[in-house]
Design a protein around this ligand. Structure first.
Ligand SMILES: Nc1ncnc2c1ncn2[C@@H]1O[C@H](COP(=O)(O)OP(=O)(O)OP(=O)(O)O)[C@@H](O)[C@H]1O
Length: 259
């Protein structure tokens, strides 16, 4: 169970620098995370992945994705947010944990293949451990579609009692698969698992019992599903796509839709 992310502002040298200059991060003193599902929603660049990475590092996960046993990195630079914050939590030392991030998925799948092909190197679970792919349904992740792999991960790898971070899990998923993800996450939560998601999906935002934070230029605020900007925009669009597109594509200055 995650309890909260507490900022230690006295450890921050430059509040004007990334990531402390992001309005959402700047506003945090203690962010309540005490819910079975926590969801970060917000515009591109509002700081969702930055927050997710810091939580992942606190949990001992590889910030580029995977479990604590994975150790690869991409060109992405990790922010210092984890050094300036504390994650209060109550979880078993050996509780399974995993950080799925859509943007690093192919690097993760390639790392799994490399570990399974390289017999001289111990897998992430140590010497004589079974091939890593056995934990993902026995198939090389590169041999399935990205979306199929996400479902495998949720079905075969994630367990009740685990803690799972997912950054934009919807990136590869058809809407009907997102509904399957909702069902599987709800089932795992009933079995004691905990989830933290960053998402743009109005489907996943409807996960029951979720504590939802909206990140924006104004900062970070707890919101109900119906209050979320994303949800209101989707509703307006789907309620009348023709006129919204007509207004956006009109030769005169397009109208913005932020109310
Ligand atoms: N290493 C870095 N150094 C400086 N700025 C960074 C760094 N990483 C991210 N940023 C900036 O911080 C902001 C927040 O990035 P972040 O990836 O957390 O956003 P996000 O909410 O996850 O966005 P998206 O929805 O597009 O994934 C962005 O404006 C980004 O350009």
């Amino acid at each position: 169970m995650l309890i909260s992310l507490r900022m230690e502002w006295d450890r921050v040298e430059d509040r004007a620098a990334y990531p402390y200059n992001l309005p959402a991060i700047a506003q945090i003193d203690e962010l309540d995370l005490d819910a079975p599902i926590v969801i970060f929603v917000g515009a591109n660049g509002s700081g969702k992945s930055t927050l997710m990475e810091a939580i992942a590092v606190h949990l001992g996960c590889n910030p580029e994705g995977g479990s604590p046993n994975f150790n690869f990195d991409t060109a992405k630079t990790l922010s210092s947010l984890h050094q300036a914050s504390r994650l209060a939590r109550r979880i078993r030392r050996n509780a399974p944990r995993f950080f799925y991030r859509a943007d690093a998925y192919h690097v993760f799948a390639t790392e799994m293949r490399r570990l399974d092909e390289n017999e001289d190197e111990d897998g992430p679970l140590g010497a004589n451990s079974p091939p890593v792919k056995m934990f993902y349904g026995g198939q090389d992740l590169h041999e399935m579609s990205h979306g199929q792999a996400v479902i495998r991960l949720l079905r075969n790898r994630f367990r009740g009692g685990g803690i799972y971070l997912m950054d934009e899990p919807e990136a590869a998923l058809a809407p009907e698969t997102q509904l399957e993800v909702i069902a599987r996450i709800a089932e795992l939560v009933r079995k004691g698992a905990r989830f933290v998601l960053a998402t743009h999906s109005p489907l996943l935002m409807a996960l029951p019992g979720a504590l939802i934070y909206e990140l924006s230029d104004e900062g970070i605020a707890r919101k109900s599903y119906a209050e979320l900007n994303h949800v209101r925009l989707y509703k307006r669009f789907l309620g009348d796509p023709e006129s919204m597109v007509a207004r956006l594509t009109a030769p005169e200055e397009p109208e913005l839709f932020d109310d």
